[in-house]
Design a protein around this ligand. Structure first.
Ligand code: SF4
Length: 306
């Protein structure tokens, strides 16, 4: 698709205003309900009792009320301190102190108690570890499988700094879906994912598919990309045979994080989805509040039956 043609595709979409996050209110379509109810309290209680971390809390996810109220959450393993300093992410950056080797078992117990038919597990980056935490990843998948054999497991993994042996350690446990988010278009990597590498992320995704797993990736919009660059990014993901794609609106977690450059209209998200599906992805989940773990079982339902 040439750039002119792309521009034509989006011409009928109401242009999103370019904004500085602190000076403009969120549009109505990003308003969410407050966390309440017994489901929410139950999830909170299990997380606290088992001393677990969730990306729902650490990343200040706007969907926490909805997800926790329907008794689901995304576990974040390997601690809550990340060795990287991505411009969009609310997880604390620092030098993690230790490895919690009981964590895989506690995650499995929590999955069991929450009676999850589909679980998403992610982690911080542990670049200071030789294997980037891959052995803990593998042990977590094993423990969940052992305790909850019916539960489908989706893992959202880091790039292990391109240590492909570490990747193999995780892949060999055969999670039902393996997700690695590219997060943004390549032009914005320096400001959005300074320690990331777009080509390395594509290489990872290619290998996941070559290993025969269901592969998934996602990215945010509102960080300074154009609609044409969104289409180009989807083409790059398709070229490495990614099965599932998620696209959501970036929301600035604090004033220390990157500004929101535009609020993307829901109609434009629908257009991204249409274009992605026409490229041949198995599914494209695209919407202002979409996060990679949002309704994850539904996203992969065609490929993984829970
Ligand atoms: S979308 Fe994912 S990260 Fe956000 S609250 Fe739901 S499960 Fe947690």
């Amino acid at each position: 698709m040439n750039p002119k043609k792309n521009a034509d595709i989006f011409v009928d979409i109401k242009p999103a205003p370019k904004v500085a996050a602190e000076s403009v209110r969120k549009p109505d379509w990003l308003k969410v309900s407050l966390p309440t109810g017994t489901g929410y309290k139950k999830v909170k209680n299990i997380i606290e009792t088992y001393k677990l971390n969730t990306v729902c809390e650490s990343a200040a996810c706007p969907n926490r009320g909805e997800c926790w109220s329907s008794s689901t959450a995304t576990f974040m393993i390997l601690g809550n301190v990340c060795t990287r300093s991505c411009g969009f992410c609310n997880v604390i950056t620092g030098r993690p102190t230790e490895l919690d080797l009981d964590e895989p078992q506690r995650v499995a117990e929590a999955v069991d108690l929450m009676q999850l038919s589909y679980v998403v597990i992610t982690s911080v980056n542990r670049d200071e570890l030789k294997d980037g935490g891959a052995s803990v990843w593998a042990e977590t998948i094993k423990q969940v499988r052992q305790r909850c054999p019916e539960t489908k497991i989706e893992v959202l993994i880091p790039d292990f700094c391109g240590n492909w042996d570490a990747l193999k350690t995780v892949v060999s446990e055969k999670p039902d879906v393996l997700n690695h988010n590219v997060e943004t278009i390549p032009r914005l990597y320096l400001k959005v994912r300074p320690q990331g590498n777009f080509q390395r992320s594509l290489d990872l995704l290619r290998q996941v598919k070559e290993a025969g797993l269901v592969s998934k990736s996602g990215f945010m919009v509102g960080l300074g990309e154009t609609d044409e660059e969104v289409v180009e990014l989807m083409k790059e993901l398709k070229a490495v045979n990614v099965d599932l794609v998620t696209i959501g609106q970036y929301m600035q977690p604090t004033h220390d994080h990157l500004n929101v450059e535009r609020w993307v209209h829901p109609d434009t998200f629908n257009k991204y989805r249409e274009i992605g599906l026409s490229m041949g992805f198995e599914n494209v989940f695209s919407g202002p509040l979409v996060r990679s773990s949002y309704h994850a079982g539904e996203q992969s339902a065609k490929l993984v039956s829970a």
